[in-house]
Design a protein around this ligand. Structure first.
Ligand code: C5P
Length: 284
């Protein structure tokens, strides 16, 4: 296989509880990852010299590009060289709590494993993935999942949210390390997996129990994000929450028409994406 083009999906967090600070400096958390149909496209072509190209100025400026880091890590692990031309069509907002960088890293590990017949299994890929970032293992198998520890202990839930989800991102870039530093961890009152499984049809219950612990600190620093959440409710969302450490805020709607109208409203000023489960082929 000389060339491969792959979709690199985004995610949202339905709930995010930061439970405790660990001795290694990271935090234990619990969350539910939901995959979106929103995706970057990455093309890998075997080549005579290494090159990385993208249509995103922001990605071009980053010196810690996770796609290149993933390739270097695989080279160290396999003691081989992967000389590629890589092109990234960047759609997912960067630093927006949608996991775009982590997804690109996991997609790269999988694509190279396939292209060069490396024969690495899920466990091997997963231990490389966690070296690249806490959210990277999830994107090796991006299905709706409950996650613990740093986010690498994953339990697929076999559930899909059967409603439109409207994603709003005001292009504010949030520094994950900063957000974790600001937070005071507290063990959650109720286990998130249990709440999710019991309350998927009861959005009032979801609203009272499902929180994102980062909202308080991030909303304090960026009040616009709180306003977006309030506006999502005004526009008819049944449930709204910030994803990850922000800056994306999403709303789940029962009514597709309302979701379309809300998207029209927000897209005048912000990046928007309407994840419509009724138009999808497969989200796995
Ligand atoms: O793992 P990742 O590179 O995404 O993490 C970025 C930063 O966020 C880490 O350096 C750490 O400070 C913080 N973090 C944390 N606990 C986690 C995930 C991230 O403290 N579970």
């Amino acid at each position: 296989m000389d060339k491969i083009t792959v979709d690199s999906l985004a995610k949202i967090n339905l709930g995010l509880n930061v439970i405790r600070k660990r001795d290694d400096g990271y935090h234990d958390l619990e969350t539910i990852f939901i995959p979106l149909l929103l995706a970057d496209k990455i093309t890998f072509s075997k080549s005579n010299e290494f090159s990385f190209r993208t249509d995103s100025d922001l990605l071009n400026q980053l010196n810690d590009n996770l796609i290149i880091k993933a390739i270097r890590l695989l080279e160290d692990f396999t003691k081989r060289k992967f000389v590629l031309d890589i092109f990234v069509e960047k759609i997912i907002p960067i630093g927006g709590g949608l996991g775009g960088g982590s997804s690109n890293a996991a997609t790269t590990l999988k694509a190279i494993n396939k292209m060069f017949d490396l024969g690495l299994d899920y466990t091997q890929l997963s231990s490389l993935a966690i070296e690249l970032g806490s959210d990277v293992p999830y994107f090796l198998n991006p299905v709706t999942s409950y996650a613990e520890s740093r986010g690498e202990l994953l339990y697929p839930l076999n559930i899909e949210i059967p409603y439109p989800i409207l994603i709003i991102n005001p292009r504010i870039k949030i520094d994950t390390a900063w957000a974790f530093k600001k937070i005071k961890p507290v063990p959650p009152v109720k286990n998130l997996r249990q709440i999710f499984q019991e309350s998927l049809a009861d959005f009032d219950k979801l609203k009272s129990y499902v929180k994102n612990d980062f909202e308080e600190v991030v909303f304090n620093e960026f009040p616009l994000l709180k306003q977006i959440k309030e506006e999502l409710y005004k526009q008819g969302a049944e449930f709204s929450l910030m994803s990850g450490t922000g800056s994306t805020v999403y709303g789940i709607f029962f009514n597709l028409q309302k979701a379309y109208l809300a998207e029209e409203y927000f897209k005048q000023n912000y990046f928007t994406y309407l994840n419509n489960p009724f138009t999808k082929g497969s989200i796995t």
